[in-house]
Design a protein. Structure first.
Length: 319
């Protein structure tokens, strides 16, 4: 993700993993510092033993080479330390993946090669809104992310809001997030999934509750310009884009690619790698393979410059 695009906490110091912005990232920050401290302590013990073995009195060097100390230092010590860290870590983070409680907001995030399908769920678990590559949440409210994969193993990591959780085909894993302040928080696929894995970003946007309610209301209705006739929609239809993409309020209902019903309101294109504006939209449509090699969006070199301007302007208007 480019520096000018980077959501809050991506660049600079402290690193996002050590700068929690919510209660579910806090325990992981504590665990990270405990691991750093324990690693430093073990390193000091090893260096002290090495110093004694090289420069210590003969009696100490003989003891260090004895069978008893090898058993203690080589087996018992690692087993005790690692077991204690495992129990402590599991106890500290066990609440992060608990089943959703009644009334908790739920969002299903599905990893696909190489983007994120996002669906907002109602109480019974039915999809009520579709989006892509962005998750919008209200400030100060816990949100349960239900993580799935449509193809290979992915992993979602939003360092300032929660830990890394794998997304495994055929299995639902859970992640809780909460932002204590409005802003945009960067996420990333953290499990190599082939091709442009490193270009598979996600943005979590935290709104004040009133702003979130307004955003959700807008998302629940077709964009005002969606069904209007015009050259951009005509180009979209002629190029066959509706076979892969849905645009609410139109006849385009493809399911293979991201839902474009409100694509103009998104912050980025290509799963977090480009700012979303008229020029980048035209460039992405023309030849997305030059921007993100290996992605599943075909290039459209047959479109003229005017057609690219028309279709990108129409898509940009879908807000």
């Amino acid at each position: 993700m480019t520096a000018d695009l980077a959501p809050e906490g991506i660049a600079g110091w402290p690193p996002p993993a050590l700068d929690p912005a919510g209660p579910f990232a806090g325990p992981l920050n504590v665990l990270a510092w405990v691991l750093f401290a324990m690693g430093a302590a073990v390193l000091l013990v090893v260096l002290a033993a090495l110093g004694l073995a090289l420069f210590g009195p003969r009696r100490w060097r003989a003891r260090l080479g004895g069978e008893r100390l090898v058993w203690i230092g080589g087996l018992a010590f690692p087993v005790v330390v690692l077991s204690a860290l495992l129990v402590y870590g599991l106890g500290l983070t066990s609440h992060l993946t608990q089943e959703p409680a009644a009334g908790e907001m739920r969002v299903r995030v599905t990893g696909e090669m190489w983007w994120w399908r996002v669906a907002y769920l109602d109480g019974p678990g039915r999809e009520v809104l579709q989006d892509a590559n962005e998750v919008h949440i209200p400030v100060g409210r816990p949100v349960v992310l239900e993580l799935d994969s449509a193809d290979v193993i992915h992993s979602l990591w939003i360092p300032r809001l929660s830990g890394k959780v794998d997304m495994i085909p055929g299995r639902r894993n859970l992640m809780r997030v909460q932002a204590d302040a409005p802003g945009a928080y960067g996420g990333q696929c953290a499990e190599y999934c082939g091709g442009p894995h490193a270009l598979m970003g996600l943005v979590v946007v935290a709104h004040e509750p009133r702003e979130f309610a307004a955003w959700r209301a807008r998302q629940g209705a077709p964009a005002p310009t969606a069904g209007l006739p015009g050259p951009g929609a005509a180009v979209f239809a002629r190029a066959g884009c509706g076979a892969c993409h849905t645009v609410a309020g139109t006849a385009f209902n493809g399911l293979a690619g991201p839902d474009l019903s409100h694509v103009g309101s998104r912050r980025t294109l290509g799963a977090g790698i480009l700012p979303n504006n008229h020029g980048t939209m035209a460039g992405w449509i023309s030849d997305s393979q030059a921007i993100k090699p290996g992605n599943r969006m075909p290039a459209y070199p047959v479109l003229t410059g005017q057609e690219l301007r028309d279709v990108s302007a129409w898509l940009e208007s879908l807000k």
